[in-house]
Design a protein around this ligand. Structure first.
Ligand code: 3PG
Length: 306
């Protein structure tokens, strides 16, 4: 039984060591494909794999078609928009994620980006504080909850909108649940995005929505670039000298934004929300355990293509 870890952006060594230990203790073999730049290398490596662990690596129809023995693919992380679920289902491959395992790392980065922007990107000059500012958490899942916990420590006034999470669950954390996404943006100085990229959310963060935000607005994206309407971000930054946009996922129009709005737009060079040893260990080991549990005991908890 061969388990392939295919990670263009590799896990920390401690995570790989942990994965190896779990896989080999189960009597399986581990294969590693790290930092690959040619998709053909992925096709070759997956050809005889029974199980696959990836991060944001695109598991396309073509990858699936090369994977003749594949029974399970686990996205070590939360968002599974990189997996072609229809192709997995068609080839009777179980697809899973590891929800919650890297959410604290992403939440800490979201808070860090807020501070960074409020302090002039660490350039000299007068900044502002987060204490007392209204924070809107757009989607109250694992990351959103962690952002609320961290923001509480910063003394922020916290609001959240989640179409699927009951109001009582949000309010139990001392967070104000608002009734609509429009209300969230109209109320909050800072909005932190934690929605997945789906048919419904792609391009949904648009001019009309974000323009509702009060003066001194900041949009923080540690979710997915696809949810942002990119042309609308240019318009917003043009029309509102008070508006700032910070993202952990470089947009398609990064060069234009960086050139036109160097003090109000910032993108990390490469998505780093989950780039901590702790998150790598949590998500990587969970993925390996889920594979062993599925192959040995048929456990399909966390399956996302049911
Ligand atoms: C996730 O969906 O889990 C995060 O976006 C992390 O993605 P990464 O594994 O590519 O860092």
């Amino acid at each position: 039984m061969k388990v392939l870890v295919a990670t263009e952006k590799p896990f920390a060594k401690a995570a790989v060591d942990g994965i190896r230990q779990i896989v080999e203790s189960a009597g399986f073999e581990l294969a590693l494909l790290e930092k690959y730049t040619d998709v053909n290398d992925f096709y070759k490596a997956v050809a005889d794999a029974d199980a696959l662990i990836v991060r944001s690596d695109k598991v396309t129809k073509e990858v699936i078609e090369h994977a003749k023995n594949l029974k399970i693919v686990v996205r070590a992380g939360a968002g599974f928009d990189n997996l072609d679920l229809a192709a997995c289902t068609e080839h009777k491959i179980v697809a899973m994620n590891t929800p919650g395992q890297n959410s604290n790392a992403v939440a800490e980065l979201a808070a860090g980006l807020m501070v960074f922007m409020n302090r002039n990107m660490f350039n000299p000059g007068t900044g502002s504080e987060l204490k007392g500012k209204k924070l809107g958490i757009h989607a109250y899942g694992n990351v959103g909850r962690n952002v609320a916990r961290v923001a509480k420590g910063l003394g922020m006034d916290i609001y959240a909108f989640d179409a699927f999470c009951p109001k009582e669950v949000i309010e139990k954390d001392g967070v104000k649940a608002v009734a609509s996404v429009e209300e969230l943006y109209s109320t909050c100085h800072v909005v932190s995005l934690h929605i997945p990229a789906t048919k419904e959310t792609v391009d949904s963060i648009n001019y009309d929505l974000v323009n509702r935000m009060p003066k001194g607005a900041m949009l923080v994206n540690t979710a997915r670039k696809e949810v942002i309407h990119e042309a609308d971000m240019v318009r917003l930054l043009n029309d509102r000298p008070d508006f700032r946009y910070v993202t952990d996922i470089k947009p398609g129009n990064h060069d234009e934004l960086a050139e036109k709005f160097p003090t109000r737009y910032f993108s990390t060079p490469k998505k780093m929300g989950a780039e901590t040893a702790e998150a790598n260990i949590n998500a990587g080991l969970a993925a390996a355990n889920q594979i062993v549990d599925f192959i040995k005991n048929g456990v399909t908890k966390f399956q996302v293509n049911k």
